[in-house]
Design a protein around this ligand. Structure first.
Ligand SMILES: C[S@@+](CC[C@H](N)C(=O)[O-])C[C@H]1O[C@@H](n2cnc3c(N)ncnc32)[C@H](O)[C@@H]1O
Length: 237
């Protein structure tokens, strides 16, 4: 995800607005994005974030190098999408496993030979407490809508000396709430039957406080040459 833009009109009905939502199926929401039906994420406060759907489908590129170079041992990619980072790590001889709730993401991973589990990041995972690195790339700090809870989860997955490689939203602060995805011609996932879902956004200014609450600290920071993508390495405090 990149660059915050302005709000839009005609949002879907929000939970509490008189329509009772069903259970959130985040996998189905992201299935629609991966199938090309949604290009933007609309936050509950009206701000719009473009989704980098094409990047998720593409192979890892030069902007991913900083993150990939910091994965030297067994790596878990939470919300791996179609698996571009899992494949790139395997190509470098690094054992990597992707985890994703989206059927589309898992199918694409399997097509390109990426090791993947169809599972929620908060469900039981193999090797808990033994991963050298946990990756949260391209907005995935949003998973679950509570960055502190997600980072605590990541910390619990790590072995001693392990790190979290986290991508941040350039120019953003901390925001937590509910969001929905929308596609071209104002066709929203809600109109296709999908719900609002809990999500969060975290930028460079908010990361130290969030990491500290999760028992982590920022060990390293990096921004790509064009300033569009920001990364940090987090280590247990
Ligand atoms: C913003 S995309 C990022 C894709 C990938 N990390 C990349 O950089 O190419 C978010 C991904 O997180 C997945 N996701 C959302 N909630 C999740 C959850 N609770 N557990 C696991 N994966 C989740 C979505 O299905 C989607 O594939």
């Amino acid at each position: 995800m990149s660059s915050l833009t302005s709000a839009r009109a005609s949002a879907p009905v929000r939970p509490g607005d008189g329509v009772e939502p069903g259970p959130t199926d985040t996998g189905a929401v992201f299935d629609a994005a991966l199938a090309g039906r949604c290009h933007r994420l609309v936050r509950g406060d009206g701000l719009v974030l473009p989704l980098a759907v094409q990047r998720w489908h593409d192979d890892a590129d030069g902007d991913d190098a900083w993150l990939l170079e910091r994965c030297s041992g067994a790596t878990l990619d939470l919300g791996c999408g179609p698996g571009r980072l899992v494949v790139a790590l395997a190509d470098r001889g690094v054992a990597a496993l992707g985890v994703d709730v989206s059927v589309q993401a898992v199918e694409r991973c399997l097509e390109r030979g990426a090791a993947v589990l169809h599972r929620d990041a908060f469900e039981r995972l193999p090797g808990e407490g033994r991963w050298q690195h946990v990756v949260l790339a391209d907005g995935n700090i949003g998973i679950g809508g509570d960055p502190v809870a997600l980072l605590r989860r990541c910390r619990a997955l790590l072995a001693d000396g392990g790190t979290v490689l986290l991508e941040l939203e350039a120019g953003a602060d901390l925001w937590c709430g509910t969001a929905y995805l929308e596609g071209p011609d104002d066709l929203t996932v809600r109109e296709a039957g999908g719900p609002w879902f809990p999500w969060a956004v975290l930028g460079p200014d908010g990361v130290d406080a969030v990491a500290a609450e999760a028992g982590l600290e920022v060990a390293e920071r990096h921004q790509t040459a064009d300033g569009a993508r920001c990364f940090v390495t987090l280590t247990p405090a």
